[in-house]
Design a protein around this ligand. Structure first.
Ligand SMILES: Nc1ncnc2c1ncn2[C@@H]1O[C@H](COP(=O)(O)OP(=O)(O)O)[C@@H](O)[C@H]1O
Ligand SMILES: Nc1ccn([C@@H]2O[C@H](COP(=O)(O)OP(=O)(O)O)[C@@H](O)[C@H]2O)c(=O)n1
Length: 207
């Protein structure tokens, strides 16, 4: 059976960095599911009703300007608390997960809701300060005018909303392997994740 890897965790913990590296290393497709919620959030900021926007989401929406910025992130986390928005995005994510050749999906509820049967689940964390420092550096590099304090406050508010919502809250699946990247650089974090996947694959081959 094709390999599915679920990568969940809070904002700027390194999910995408790890997810993309795993996809490349193991020859799998990669889906950043946060981009779907960011695209719905973007359409809401443009005046559309979020549920209608989620139902009408198309590939071009994922190419929209500014999806990686803080405004879209904040809007994403607001629309992500609406059950009908989440429901509208489930089929696309599950179809991607089932693609021939296997897939890595990163998000908040991949291991718990979207792919509860994924054979490999990672939950990537880091302290809020470490995450804010990384996101701040990334945003400044993209030309956003912001401060470390604002980024930290945004991340804390978003984490609280994502973990506190009733429908598919952000949390680790019981069978997820936790990777704390606070003290790991990118290469070390990727190496940890690759080792976990390899170990699970070796274990799976026996059973
Ligand atoms: N282990 C790490 N150490 C330092 N910086 C990292 C690490 N992992 C990711 N980054 C950087 O932090 C930022 C956020 O990483 P990203 O993978 O996009 O996080 P997420 O997908 O969880 O939001 C990026 O600029 C990325 O290059
Ligand atoms: N599977 C997912 C992915 C993202 N999201 C929401 O979308 C927002 C943006 O997700 P993201 O992964 O792009 O955010 P970052 O971790 O990159 O900051 C999150 O704060 C969540 O509210 C979600 O609810 N479920």
């Amino acid at each position: 059976m094709a390999l599915t890897i679920a990568v969940d965790g809070p904002a700027a913990s390194g999910k995408g960095t790890i997810g993309r590296a795993l996809a490349e290393r193991f020859g799998l497709g990669y889906l950043d599911t946060g981009l779907l919620y960011r695209a719905v959030g973007r359409r809401m900021l443009d005046g559309e009703a979020p549920v209608a926007a989620a139902r009408a989401l198309c590939a071009a929406d994922l190419e929209a300007e500014g999806l990686r910025g803080p405004e879209a992130a904040e809007a994403a986390s607001r629309v992500a608390a609406i059950p009908e928005v989440r429901a509208a995005l489930v089929d696309f994510q599950r179809a991607f997960a089932a693609r021939e050749g296997g897939a890595v999906l990163d998000g908040r509820d991949i291991g718990t809701v979207i792919c509860p049967d994924a054979p490999v689940k990672l939950y990537v964390t880091a302290t809020a300060e470490a995450r804010a420092a990384r996101r701040f550096k990334e945003l400044v590099g993209q030309g956003h005018a912001t401060s470390f304090e604002d980024v930290l406050a945004d991340i804390r508010a978003r984490d609280a909303r994502d973990a506190g919502r009733a429908d598919a809250p952000m949390r680790a699946a019981e069978d997820a392997v936790h990777i704390d990247t606070t003290e790991l650089d990118v290469a070390a974090a990727i190496a940890r994740a690759v080792a976990e996947v390899a170990a699970r694959q070796a274990g799976g081959a026996d059973g």
